[in-house]
Design a binder for this molecule. Structure first.
Ligand SMILES: Cc1cc2nc3c(=O)[nH]c(=O)nc-3n(C[C@H](O)[C@H](O)[C@H](O)COP(=O)(O)O)c2cc1C
Length: 222
C-alpha cells in the first residue's frame, strides 16, 4: 500500500510539515510505504484553460505537476498538507488543483482514499483542510478526515503534542480505511449527484473532448 504526502508549504521545516510527517510516520507504522513530495520544489505551470487535456488525456505541460499527478495515480492514499494562506491553500497547492480538471471530469482518483492536514497563524486551519479534502473528493476519492492546528512560531504548534496525536490518528486511520475499503455513505451520495452532472458535461463536450468519453465508456459509466 502506497501513501503519498504532498506538502503545499514552501517551508519544509515549518509548521504544516510537522502534521504531515506525523501522519506519514503513523501510516508507515501501520504498514504502508510512504513518500513525501514538496510542491514548492517542483517546476509548476499554471492551467491556461486550453482544454487539451479533455481532448487528449494529456496536459500541454510536462512539468512537476504532471510528475506529481503520476505519483498520485500510483498511490492508494494521498495526504494533502497546507498552511492557511489567506483562508485557502497555498498557491503552489492550488496550482496542482487547477491542473486537475481532467482528473475531476474523469474521476481519475476513483477508489483512492485521502486526508488533509493544515496549520494556521490564527483561525481557519479546519476550513483549509476541508477545502483540500473537497478537492480530493471531486477527483473521485473518499476522505477519512482532517488534522488541523494553530501555529506557535516556526516549527512549533499550539498544544503540539495533541496536534501531533491528531495527525498520527489520521495517518493510522487512512491505512485502515484503505485496507478495509471503507465506504462513507455521505460522500458516496454526494459523488452520485456530482457524477450525474459530470456525465452531462462529458456528453455535451464529446466532439471536442473525445478522451473523456472514451474514458467514461472504458469505466462502464456511459
Ligand atoms: C502568505 C501567507 C498568508 C497567510 N495567511 C494567513 C491567514 O489568512 N490566516 C491565518 O490565520 N494565518 C495566515 N498565515 C500564517 C500561516 O498559515 C501559519 O504561520 C502556518 O502555520 C505556516 O505554515 P508553514 O510553516 O508550514 O508554512 C499566512 C502566512 C503566510 C506566509
Amino acid at each position: 500500500m502506497k501513501i503519498l504526502g504532498i506538502l503545499g508549504s514552501p517551508r519544509d521545516r515549518g509548521n504544516t510539515v510537522l502534521l504531515l510527517d506525523a501522519a506519514l510516520a503513523a501510516a508507515a507504522e501501520a504498514g504502508a510505504q510512504t513518500e513525501k513530495v514538496g510542491v514548492s520544489d517542483l517546476d509548476l505551470n499554471f492551467c491556461i484553460g486550453c482544454g487539451k487535456c479533455y481532448a487528449t488525456g494529456q496536459c500541454i505541460y510536462d512539468d512537476g505537476v504532471t510528475m506529481l499527478q503520476s505519483k498520485m495515480m500510483e498511490a492508494d492514499g494521498i495526504i494533502l498538507a497546507s498552511p492557511n494562506y489567506i483562508q485557502s491553500v497555498t498557491a503552489q497547492l492550488k496550482t496542482l488543483m487547477d491542473r486537475s480538471s481532467l482528473h475531476i471530469h474523469c474521476f481519475l482518483f476513483d477508489g483512492k482514499y485521502g486526508a488533509s492536514v493544515a496549520t494556521t497563524g490564527g483561525a481557519g486551519a479546519e476550513q483549509v483542510a476541508e477545502f483540500a479534502n473537497q478537492y480530493l473528493q471531486v477527483c473521485g476519492m473518499q476522505t477519512v478526515g482532517i488534522a488541523a492546528a494553530q501555529a506557535a512560531g516556526v516549527g512549533a504548534l499550539v498544544e503540539q503534542e495533541a496536534a501531533l496525536a491528531r495527525a498520527t490518528a489520521l495517518g493510522t486511520d487512512l491505512v485502515a480505511a484503505i485496507g478495509e475499503r471503507r465506504e462513507y455513505p455521505d460522500q458516496m451520495a454526494a459523488h452520485e449527484v456530482f457524477a450525474e452532472h459530470m456525465k452531462q458535461l462529458v456528453v455535451a463536450m464529446s466532439d471536442m473532448a473525445p478522451f473523456q468519453v472514451e474514458h467514461w465508456r472504458k469505466m462502464g459509466w456511459l
